[in-house]
Design a protein around this ligand. Structure first.
Ligand code: HEC
Ligand code: HEC
Ligand code: HEC
Length: 211
């Protein structure tokens, strides 16, 4: 599993690099979030200091010049998992305004089309929203090396996703973790009740992914 995740991470590195420059923050998935143990009250957002995150050199001269994650991220719409920011909402509310590219003149193409996946399955239907993705990503981040641009043309599987392939190239690595079942399985089938709370609740879900 470790091998497949790190292979996945290397594939999304260009994306991480763009986010890094755009937000002038360390890569989201690399900040280990800290949450209170369950049952001790409200989950609070808190982040490891750069000096203690195991990534930055605490004795290095640059560490004091960098913005602390807690200072930057605590102002954004909170999440209960991952790196504790609800990024789609932060963008929609204008809390952040990332540059589309470091190359001037890059054209952004927003594609507003939802695709329903696992139409035959037992879990609630997966609604894949293009709009939210193309506000962060370019078509070529997914087409066609991850997915053919044709509804139903890809053999998607939860097992592959959990192994860090398909949606799992990003989810659980740089975007919200796979423990958030119902953010993807968001459309109830007839007779199913709408679910929002995670099936499995692990504090700091991003770190609890199989690795
Ligand atoms: C990043 C999005 C995403 C997340 C998060 C996610 N899934 Fe899935 N899941 C999918 C996709 C896409 C498929 C599509 C498979 C298909 O076409 O059959 C799928 C398929 C499945 C299937 C087989 C089809 C079905 O409906 O019976 C099961 C079971 C499943 N997921 C369970 C889960 C559980 C449990 C979780 C949380 C621990 C979870 N999934 C989280 C995207 C996701
Ligand atoms: C995050 C990954 C991702 C990105 C980015 C992405 N797509 Fe897709 N696209 C998908 C997935 C997943 C499907 C569904 C494939 C399936 O049903 O098997 C899909 C399906 C499609 C389809 C067929 C279904 C439909 O909506 O008509 C078209 C066309 C398409 N994409 C175009 C685009 C264009 C144009 C862009 C860029 C503006 C884009 N996609 C960006 C993942 C992505
Ligand atoms: C190339 C990277 C990438 C791939 C592949 C990818 N996603 Fe995402 N996804 C993102 C990013 C980035 C976001 C926005 C940040 C976040 O919510 O963590 C996002 C957000 C979402 C959202 C949240 C939308 C909202 O309104 O909150 C859903 C649902 C989602 N993805 C489902 C999927 C499914 C299902 C697949 C596979 C079919 C998939 N994604 C594949 C990168 C990706």
């Amino acid at each position: 599993m470790r091998a497949s995740i790190s292979r996945a991470s290397s594939r999304v590195w260009p994306l991480v690099a763009v986010l890094l420059v755009a937000l002038s923050l360390p890569a989201p998935a690399q900040q280990p979030p800290r949450v209170q143990p369950p049952g001790t009250g409200v989950m609070t957002q808190s982040w490891e200091s750069l000096r203690k995150d195991g990534i930055h050199d605490p004795r290095g001269p640059a560490v004091k010049d960098k913005q602390e994650p807690s200072e930057a991220l605590s102002k954004l719409t909170p999440d209960t998992t991952g790196n504790m920011v609800r990024w789609v909402q932060a963008l929609e509310k204008g809390e952040i305004n990332p540059r589309a590219s470091i190359r001037p003149g890059t054209k952004i193409q927003i594609y507003d089309s939802d695709v329903l996946l696992n139409v035959q399955g037992g879990m609630p239907i997966v609604r894949f929203p293009h709009r939210q993705h193309t506000e962060w990503l370019d078509c070529t981040n997914c087409h066609d090396h991850l997915f053919k641009a044709q509804a139903g043309a890809n053999k998607l599987s939860m097992l592959e996703i959990l192994k860090g392939e398909q949606c799992g190239v990003c989810h659980g690595a740089v975007s919200f973790p796979l423990t958030e079942c119902f953010r993807c399985h968001s459309v109830a089938r007839p007779g199913q009740s709408q679910q929002t709370t995670p099936l499995i609740s692990i504090p700091g879900g991003a770190r609890a992914q199989p690795r």
